[in-house]
Design a protein around this ligand. Structure first.
Ligand code: ASP
Ligand code: MG
Length: 407
């Protein structure tokens, strides 16, 4: 029998009514002969609510207890889903992450999976049970409950599909796939039929949150093909898989907007070897991820360093630099910026993408503050109020709205 792993996110199982709808859908697939493993998230909002409760008791709750607490969210959903299926006449059993043999390292709240033996899942499937597994959680080699970081149920779904050699892995969410741009910003955005892991990762790091990045990295490492699709309709979704030669025909796959960045300018840093190394060392030690960086040409032994960080990390980044240089340097008030990125593996074999990108912005009168490129991505920093217009102009310039992409 074909083994299928189906992962349902928080909004898909957000209420009793939603759980009933999903249970019916699972029943249909099970009746058609599929062997089904269901992975579920906590109901939408539950994890945040649990975090808030802990914070109302302590500003710094211990990571070990946070894992104990947050694992509860998913445990509620597996039991409710099993009960819903049983009430439809479908034999179903729930398993926590530890019961499914998902063994992790000791890094509470951000644990990494070490191994999965599946517990008794295979036996239960052989008896034609639907097996429902709690996402986002595992057990450390010392027997402690651990969790995988926010959005970690995606990782459970992908990792189980890899470990149990599933034929298919379906990630059900509230959008029906990966789009060429956010349809709320770009009305003629198209659903992408197929996309490579790398492109999805670049889109995610550029502000298009469809899935947890670690889950996509895991899928890439173990070559798990999966489909991102909606639990709210029956449309086909987007297939995410290893790069195929035909994918290169599409030069740009998508446009992403990240409205959560800020630009920091540090003036008068010493213009000598090792300065940038020191600055970015202290910033990274503060746990802040720097994205774009520009250092201008030095002048009288001093230089200016400009870089972008997530808005929430402005304070941490500034504090780290001040501790390093004190009054020697001046920090500008951090400027909010938006990052617009175009992503596509076709960029490797096509030239002129940057020129077309910048021309589209120039025609709209949008000025670029910083530029960053990788092999398959070009990003620019612009004013946040111009982000939506920029995304539409760039989407148009690359013809992404014209025809279904990836066809
Ligand atoms: N419940 C966890 C979270 O909200 C894991 C997940 O939903 O994937 O982050
Ligand atoms: Mg989720």
């Amino acid at each position: 029998m074909a083994l299928v792993v189906k992962k349902f996110g928080g909004t898909s199982v957000g209420s009793i009514d939603r759980i009933k709808v999903v249970a019916k859908r699972i029943k249909t697939d099970w009746e058609s002969g599929q062997d089904v493993i269901v992975v579920v998230s906590a109901r939408a909002g539950v994890t945040n609510e649990l975090i808030n409760r802990a914070r109302s008791l302590s500003a710094v709750p211990s990571d070990r207890e946070m894992d104990m607490l947050l694992a509860v969210g998913e445990q509620e959903t597996i039991a409710l889903m099993a009960i819903a299926l049983q009430s439809l006449g479908v034999p179903a059993v729930s398993r926590t992450g530890p019961q499914a043999g998902i063994v992790t390292d000791f890094a509470h709240t951000r644990a990494r999976i070490r191994s999965i033996n599946g517990g008794d899942i295979k036996e239960r499937l052989a008896e034609r049970n639907v097996v429902i597994v709690a996402g986002f959680q595992g057990i450390s080699e010392r027997g402690q409950v651990t969790t995988f970081g926010r959005g970690g149920s995606d990782l459970t779904g992908i990792a189980l599909a890899a470990a149990l050699d599933a034929e298919k892995c379906e990630i059900y969410t509230d959008v029906d796939g990966v789009y060429t741009a956010d349809p709320r910003i770009v009305p003629d955005a198209q659903k992408i039929q197929e996309i490579s892991y790398e492109e999805l990762l670049e889109l995610a790091s550029s502000g298009s949150k469809v899935m947890q990045a670690r889950a996509v990295e895991f899928a890439q490492k173990y070559n798990v093909t999966f489909e991102v699709r909606s639990s709210f309709n029956h449309n086909t979704g987007t297939i995410v898989k290893a790069e195929a030669p035909s994918m290169e025909d599409v030069v740009v796959s998508g446009v992403a907007v990240d409205n959560n960045q800020a630009k920091i300018v540090v003036r008068n840093v010493p213009d000598r070897a090792g300065t940038a190394a020191k600055v970015f060392q202290v910033i990274s030690e503060a746990g802040v991820i720097v994205d774009m960086i520009v250092q201008n040409i030095g002048h009288e032994g001093k230089a200016n360093l400009t870089f972008t960080v997530p808005r929430d990390d402005i304070y941490k980044a500034e504090k780290a630099v001040k501790q390093l240089y004190g009054d020697e340097v001046t920090l500008s008030a951090a400027d909010e910026i938006a990052k617009i990125s175009v992503v596509g593996i076709g960029m490797r074999s096509h030239s002129g993408v940057a020129a077309a990108f910048f021309a589209a912005l120039a025609e709209t009168g949008i000025s670029i503050q910083l530029i960053n490129t990788s092999e398959i991505k070009i990003s620019v920093a612009i004013k946040p109020e111009e982000a939506d217009e920029a995304a539409r102009a760039v989407h148009d310039a690359f013809g992404l709205g014209d025809q279904p992409n990836g066809a």
